[in-house]
Design a protein around this ligand. Structure first.
Ligand code: MD3
Ligand code: FE
Length: 219
């Protein structure tokens, strides 16, 4: 028999491997695995204060993905548009503080990927259930687009779409698993991207959910 050193990861994608999706976009497989329990604790702490909610886009569509945020700025959308806000519109309170475990992970991962001194001021937390999706979009609401974005995936797997600088370019499909971290910056920062409709699955820590953190320097 063979010993499974990485029971949470498919054997073809060993924890610790790096996959470059572009000149300045890299998947760090399993980079957050050892922290997973602390990260789940951080989700609970944040979402007790700023519960997951389904926001409405300027076009009037309710998002299938539920969102929360922590840190000095949070991302919000309503009929008036997309923006970063220092307060949670649902409570009128500042967003919860960014837990240290999240801040440290984001800084470390950015630095591993070649982006020194990343200081995120916004952490969006997306919650996906089976059937939910995030359509192709660009992230361009941040003030300084020279700053990277760090993303951390937990829970059930997703198929990520990684496109080009125009919507018409056919996107590549990249599976993202529990514990994967991705860093995007520089020439890859404005690529169109999305998440295909989530398949049914269950994860031992998170049940029928996928949680994705994205760390940004928004202000
Ligand atoms: C590529 N979230 O919150 S994270 C988002 O898995 C978002 O929840 C997806 O897209 C998710 O805006 C994907 C990966 C990601 C984030 C930002 C990017 C990929 C990116 C910015 C530029 C290019
Ligand atoms: Fe995005």
């Amino acid at each position: 028999m063979t010993l499974d050193l990485f029971p949470d990861e498919p054997s073809t994608l060993p924890a610790g491997s790096q996959e470059w999706l572009g000149p300045q976009a890299v998947v760090l497989r399993g980079r957050a695995l050892a922290l997973d329990r602390d990260l789940v604790q951080a989700i609970d702490t944040v979402t007790r204060q700023a519960p997951f909610r389904h926001m409405v886009t300027p076009g009037g569509q309710t998002m299938s993905v539920a969102l929360s945020s922590c840190g000095p700025l949070g991302w919000v959308t309503d009929r008036r548009g997309y923006r970063y806000s220092p307060v949670d519109p649902q409570t009128g309170m500042p967003w919860p503080a960014m837990p240290e475990v999240l801040q440290d992970l984001a800084r470390q991962a950015a630095s591993d990927a070649g982006f020194a001194n990343f200081e995120p001021d916004a952490c969006l937390i997306n919650c996906y259930e089976p059937g939910t999706r995030m359509g192709l979009h660009q992230d361009k609401d941040e003030r300084d687009l020279s700053q990277p974005i760090v993303s951390v995936s937990l829970g059930i797997p997703a198929l990520f779409q990684f496109g080009g600088l125009s919507r018409s370019e056919r996107p590549a499909r990249v599976p993202l698993f529990h514990g994967d971290v991705v860093v995007w910056g520089g020439v890859d920062r404005l690529r169109f991207h999305g998440i295909l409709p989530m398949k049914n699955a269950t994860h031992p820590l998170l049940g029928e959910r996928r949680i994705n953190f994205t760390f940004r320097k928004a202000g």
